[in-house]
Design a protein around this ligand. Structure first.
Ligand code: ADP
Ligand code: MG
Length: 316
């Protein structure tokens, strides 16, 4: 009867848009549960999850951020700043990069400018920080404070003020440096998914606690966490740091599920007892996960946990 129950669970999950991967995932969940060998591996698929760790951007939030304000700290005209920033971001897959590119496009239309496309050379991605590249012979950095510090770009009090203002409004501040000086910045808003708050409170009613782990800064992260009802936040965390946070919780004896969408989540998705990838996420995250939430809806975190509990009781 056991293999049948397993197949039913997997099939049922698939029909609900929750894809549970084969052998390896189940084995990992089995090891995590510490149950005896006699019991089916699939039956032990995340029955004892006590903690769910959520990535922020693209997981708890819609993942389609929009530039909602901008600021100039130099003589550069705003459309020029946008053009340079968009050129630097053109090769990035990050949702924030898309926001900058879209904003430049919108501005170009507004100003009735011709679609002049600047090329980027020596493009580099700095995960959890931003991008670097040469545009029109200028060294351009687009990203957060950490990126600017990495390249020793100084901060004026005005810049500091803009950064803290945008962040306290739950926006992400994207800074643009040209030739070693901050020329301007964007306030980018990525609202929480409509179902996020409900899912967090439902998990709480199941005695499962939720934690946010993000590469984003503390103020934005805390502002978003407050909106969805998460009390525990780890911000400014590198991709490896996310995985380490999970291992830390595991050494306390907790069974941990991780929900994420990005390349930056893949070490954590692997480290977790159960890794759940957002279906709309990057291929690397989907590959690293044990479960794929095909509809990219957070309600399915509950579906996945429910499904495993039902399977377990059927087998027992
Ligand atoms: P999260 O963990 O929330 O998904 P990431 O680790 O992808 O976030 O990124 C963390 C932070 O690094 C972002 O909030 C942003 O400040 C900065 N960042 C990363 N990539 C870019 C980019 N392409 N353009 C601008 N900023 C970026
Ligand atoms: Mg993300």
């Amino acid at each position: 009867a056991t293999p049948t129950a397993v197949m039913v669970a997997t099939g049922k999950g698939a029909s609900q848009g929750v894809l549970i991967k084969g052998g390896y995932a189940l084995e990992k969940a089995h090891k995590a549960s510490g149950l005896q060998k006699g019991i089916s591996r699939a039956s032990t698929f995340c029955p004892s999850v006590k903690t769910v760790i959520f990535d922020k951007t693209g997981t708890l939030t819609v993942g389609k951020p929009v530039v909602v304000n901008s600021m100039i700290f130099s003589q550069v005209p705003v459309h020029h700043l946008c053009e340079i920033a968009a050129a630097a971001e053109a090769n990035s897959e990050h949702p924030l990069a898309k926001a900058v590119v879209d904003h430049a496009k919108k501005l170009r239309q507004q100003y009735g400018l011709q679609t002049e496309h600047s090329e980027v050379n020596d493009f580099e991605v700095h995960p959890g920080a931003g991008v670097r590249g040469n545009v029109k012979g200028k060294a351009v950095l687009v990203g957060n404070k950490r990126l600017m510090q990495k390249f020793q770009v100084p901060f004026s009090p005005e810049v500091e003020e803009y950064v803290s203002d945008t962040e306290h409004q739950a926006q992400t501040c994207v800074l643009v440096a040209i030739d070693g000086a901050i020329s301007g910045a964007f306030g980018v808003m990525d609202p929480p998914k409509p179902e996020a708050e409900h899912v967090i409170s439902y998990l709480k009613s199941m005695n499962i606690s939720s934690i946010m782990v993000t590469g984003d800064n503390w103020s934005t992260a805390t502002a978003i966490a407050r909106k969805v009802g998460i009390c525990t936040v780890f911000a400014e965390t590198s991709p490896v740091g996310k995985a380490e946070k999970i291992k830390e919780l595991q050494t306390k004896g907790l069974t941990v599920a991780m929900v994420g969408d990005g390349i930056n989540d893949s070490p954590a998705l692997v480290a977790a007892d159960v890794g759940m990838a957002i279906g709309a996420g990057t291929d690397i995250a989907i590959e690293a996960a044990d479960v794929v939430l095909m509809k990219s809806n957070l309600e399915d975190v509950i579906t996945a946990i429910d499904l495993s509990r039902k399977t377990l009781s059927r087998i027992r």
